[in-house]
Design a protein around this ligand. Structure first.
Ligand code: IPE
Ligand code: IPE
Ligand code: MG
Length: 254
């Protein structure tokens, strides 16, 4: 067996199994057209639809989309309200199609901050689509990477307090089982639109070895051709996971 062990498949794959996207640039897209910010958010929903479809067609297993960060509450109240309303209306409108297409929808983040109506809609969507075996679509809403890690730590602490876990048994593998998306392959490809090169408290743990792709394209302009560009870029990366390039070449040639 190769000394590279269980990471072999991630080294060798030229297509990502899991893509995580920070959908940024809606506001600037609108401003560039002399439109109010909500117009950008509405146009952004269309891009979501296009990208979900493109991922299905490319045989991607999982797509995680950053829809609302734990810091986005700092925006003007009217914008937060607009985003919540858009979230609800979009879910209601799209869930049937997603379900018909075999998409398994789930949400990550602290949903207790949302209205009871939205929480119920999220629960119903997960229940309806939970048995589907096509694309897994994870929507990060009121999500923060630090929240995710703090929650994982709290869960472990609870188990220790209950006498069910020895602190000495807490290692990266054990902690990694408590964070969001632990049951999915780790993201292989991260995409951020809108030109900023930062993580903005997205998946801090899960992105440890993800390939990072930044594009100036504003999210409402993102489509299947832009995704194809990102996939082509990904296919050209050499992932090493700490190994040398020579080791990777040898493995690929084997
Ligand atoms: C991303 O677009 C959408 C959300 C954060 C909800 P922005 O609204 O951040 O757009 P810009 O960055 O202002 O252009
Ligand atoms: C990140 O975008 C959050 C989402 C896309 C939902 P932001 O626009 O909020 O990020 P910052 O504030 O510019 O870092
Ligand atoms: Mg932004």
């Amino acid at each position: 067996m190769s000394e590279l062990g269980h990471i072999d498949s991630r080294l060798l794959a030229d297509r990502p199994r899991h893509i995580a996207i920070i959908m940024d640039g809606n506001g600037r897209w609108a401003r560039a057209r002399g439109l109010p910010r909500p117009a950008g958010h509405r146009e952004g929903v269309k891009a979501v639809r296009r990208v979900v479809e493109a991922c299905r067609q490319n045989g991607i297993e999982a797509l995680t989309l950053f829809a609302f960060s734990s810091e986005n509450w700092r925006r003007p109240r009217t914008e937060v309200k607009l985003l919540m309303d858009l979230f609800i209306s979009t879910l209601k409108r799209e869930v049937r199609d997603l379900h018909a297409n075999g998409v398994r929808v789930r949400f990550i983040g602290d949903r207790t901050a949302f209205s009871p109506r939205l929480q119920q809609l999220m629960d119903e969507t997960e229940a309806l689509t939970g048995g589907n075996e096509g694309l897994t679509l994870a929507i990060a809403a009121n999500y923060g990477g630090r929240w995710d890690l703090a929650r994982a730590a709290r869960r472990l602490a609870e188990q220790v307090a209950a006498g069910a876990l020895d602190p000495a048994g807490i290692d990266p593998d054990r902690l990694g089982r408590e964070v969001s998306l632990a049951d999915l392959p780790e993201p292989d490809l991260f995409i951020r639109t809108g030109g900023e090169q930062r993580i903005s408290n997205f998946l801090l743990w899960q992105l440890a070895y993800t390939e990072l792709y930044f594009t100036d394209i504003l999210w409402p302009d993102f489509d299947q051709d832009r995704l194809a560009e990102a996939l082509a870029w990904f296919a050209g990366r050499q992932r090493r996971f700490g190994c040398t390039g020579e080791q990777v070449e040898q493995l690929k040639g084997a």
